[in-house]
Ligand binder design. Structure first.
Ligand code: COA
Length: 262
């Protein structure tokens, strides 16, 4: 059986490629589970500092595997929630709260669960060929992998509801305008652009990177007073580190810092 997620390494960068191109990288349960397992392994490896997530073929992902989750839905509410929705929500929550930056390199269609994975990633860049959409309404269901929650927080309630209620896809340029991705690049340059972005991040202290990720991602979902308390606690993590001493010393001594992750 072919792996539905391909794994590659480029120095300190892990590359995960969704690999069901004949099914437009639809996220069946095995693929969701494989992605989660890869993230577990990457988290445990200190040498790996960032993750790029992309898709093989003409899609990033056309969303949850309809043929498969239809079976869960036919068996009733409990199986539909347990086998389908909770599995997908757990994956996007894992991506969102991952302690190393996960960068979506959106090569083509990102529909349904594919769009929700992009929403959950810390950063996202897109090929000019990318399209983003919420087609669940056409199936008579709601988005299920966090899309009713993250998309409005990212792009605003009315723009999110326009996508969710019409099912109409938007272009990469529109996604950048709305803030769903940060950069749109020529298709041939997508992966090199994502790698370059990853390298520009992993040059810094891994402790500070994780603290920034936690501060922003946890803080964005709570009232600002709580967010400021999260920021304080994450700054506190960086205060006693050798990396913060090194970063400040390097600035004062007018040299490049050498971060060691301690
Ligand atoms: N789940 C399962 N299979 C999917 C899929 C999905 N989400 N999206 C695409 N596929 C499969 C198709 O069934 C088809 O398989 P087949 O060749 O064995 O019949 C293959 O991928 C290619 O898709 P196809 O529909 O022929 O490509 P297209 O370019 O004409 O259309 C889409 C592309 C994305 C518009 C269309 O596939 C689509 O609407 N997919 C469903 C998107 C969706 O609703 N996602 C949210 C799910 S909650």
């Amino acid at each position: 059986m072919t792996d539905s997620v391909l794994y590659d390494e480029d120095g300190s960068i892990a590359l995960l490629t969704l690999n069901r191109p004949d099914k437009l990288n639809a996220l069946d349960y095995a693929t969701v589970d494989a992605l989660a397992q890869h993230l577990d392994a990457i988290e445990d490896c200190a040498d790996l500092r960032a993750v790029i997530l992309t898709g093989k073929g003409r899609a990033f992902s056309a969303g949850a595997d309809i043929a498969e989750f239809a079976g869960s839905m036919q068996r009733g509410v409990e199986p539909a929630l347990k086998e389908f929705l909770k599995r997908g929500q757990a994956l996007t929550a894992r991506i969102e709260s991952f302690g190393k930056p996960v960068i979506a390199a959106v090569n083509g269609m990102a529909f349904g669960g594919g769009c929700e994975v992009v929403e959950a990633c810390a950063m996202a860049v897109a090929s000019e060929r990318a399209l983003f959409g919420k087609p669940e309404i056409k199936l008579g269901i709601t988005p299920t992998f966090g899309g009713t929650q993250r998309l409005p927080r990212l792009i605003g309630r009315k723009r999110a509801l326009k996508m969710i209620l019409t099912g109409d896809p938007i272009t990469a340029a529109d996604a950048a305008e709305l803030g769903l991705v940060s950069d749109v690049v020529r298709h041939s340059q997508l992966l090199s652009h994502a790698r370059n972005l990853a390298h520009r991040v992993v040059a810094w202290s891994p402790i500070a990177i994780t603290a920034c990720l936690r501060s922003v991602t946890r803080g964005v979902n709570v009232p600002i007073d709580e967010g400021l308390a999260i920021e304080a606690s994450q700054f506190a993590v960086t205060v006693p580190t050798q990396d913060s001493r090194e970063g400040i010393a390097a600035f004062l001594e007018k040299r490049a810092p050498r971060f060691r992750g301690v």
